[in-house]
Design a protein around this ligand. Structure first.
Ligand SMILES: C[S@@+](CC[C@H](N)C(=O)[O-])C[C@H]1O[C@@H](n2cnc3c(N)ncnc32)[C@H](O)[C@@H]1O
Length: 329
């Protein structure tokens, strides 16, 4: 999943004139702060300066954009009649979720109003500069609101609400109240996305529990609102492949021209979504004459084998991907 050209060019302009060596130093500092925040609840501000914000946009935004796009695509498939006019991006960083939601294959045709909540002035300043490069009025005219989201926020409710890669940055004691506030501000659908790690998934599972109690309709990725069948040694996550720029490879001393961003998410809606039998939770194994699928279903985790003898089902199974919904009967 590539960044839209307008966003890619805007980010490139921000890094132009900065040396790879200086950027590498900022990226290393930022990564070290993220790593140490994983050990203990994050009470500190991870991104504070303009250099931090630019480094985030150049080295993390392509991956978080891919993850948000992946999660929102699943939500769109489950809610085909949902045409949100307004979006609230909470813990927006440089506006990642706004750019993803306004992708032509998602809700570009209906989203007209965007509000973004973010604490760091440096992120807000950068987000506004990036947005100025967009050909879409919804992005250019988005409202940026400086707010600490661990406190009560005074923004109207919106049809689509997204909180991406932010839950883990909040002190653990603030998370449940934060999830309730997100749901209060949601008229249509709420999507919460976290890194696809055991810790990220644990936060998603907790959010799922809170939102089920708040009587939301669980629309994705789970095909059922029952207890999560994932064992304690595993975690539910998905993956998006995102290209790495030359600068990215240089600064991160990376050889591959892409990275696979792993993410976990949960999505709830005021209206029920389309029913599905299951969701593919690993890369399907396509073998000679059969396809083996690991699927989450209302009855628990299952291994489905679809063979050539199954005709149309087999042809359908060959097109499934990690994350696809499945209705194979
Ligand atoms: C990892 S970044 C994610 C940015 C964006 N959502 C994305 O997916 O790329 C987390 C963002 O949450 C913001 N944030 C963290 N704690 C916050 C708080 N208490 N109030 C407002 N924003 C906060 C940070 O400043 C940062 O921009």
């Amino acid at each position: 999943m590539e960044l839209p050209a307008e966003l890619r060019n805007a980010v490139n302009q921000e890094v132009t004139g900065r040396s790879a060596k200086d950027l590498a130093k900022v990226v290393e500092g930022l990564s070290a702060r993220y790593r140490s925040s994983l050990q203990e609840p994050a009470h500190s501000r991870l991104v504070q300066t303009l250099d931090d914000a630019v480094a985030y946009a150049a080295f993390r935004l392509p991956a978080t954009y891919g993850a948000v796009y992946g999660a929102l695509s699943c939500v769109k498939a489950q809610l085909p009649r949902f045409h949100p006019r307004s979006l609230l991006d909470v813990g927006a960083g440089p506006g990642t979720a706004m750019w993803a939601a306004l992708h032509p294959s998602l809700w570009q045709d209906c989203l007209a109003e965007v509000a973004l909540l973010e604490r760091e002035e440096a992120m807000i300043g950068l987000g506004k500069r990036l947005a100025a490069h967009s050909s879409l009025a919804a992005i250019r005219e988005a409202q940026w609101v400086a707010a600490d989201i661990t406190e009560k926020w005074e923004v109207p409710s919106h049809e689509l609400v997204v909180a991406a890669y932010v839950l883990g940055e909040l002190p653990s004691e603030a998370r449940e109240g934060f999830i309730h506030q997100l749901w209060d501000k949601t008229q249509g659908a709420l999507v919460i996305i976290e890194p696809g790690t055991p810790a990220g998934f644990a936060r998603i599972l907790k959010a799922r529990e809170v939102l089920l109690k708040a009587a939301g309709n669980l629309v994705a990725p789970c095909p059922h609102p029952g207890p999560c069948p994932m064992g304690s040694d595993d975690w539910c996550h998905f993956s998006q492949r995102v290209p790495r720029s030359r600068l990215h490879r240089q600064v991160k001393a990376a050889e591959l021209g892409y990275e696979d961003e792993k993410f976990s998410f949960t999505a709830f809606s005021r209206q029920p979504g389309e029913a599905v039998q299951g969701r593919v939770i690993r890369h399907p194994q396509i073998r000679k004459g059969h396809v083996r699928l690991k699927v989450c279903t209302a009855g628990g985790l299952a291994e489905w084998v679809v063979s050539r003898k199954d005709g149309d089902l087999y042809r359908a199974a060959r097109n499934l991907e990690w994350g696809s919904p499945v209705n194979l009967s």
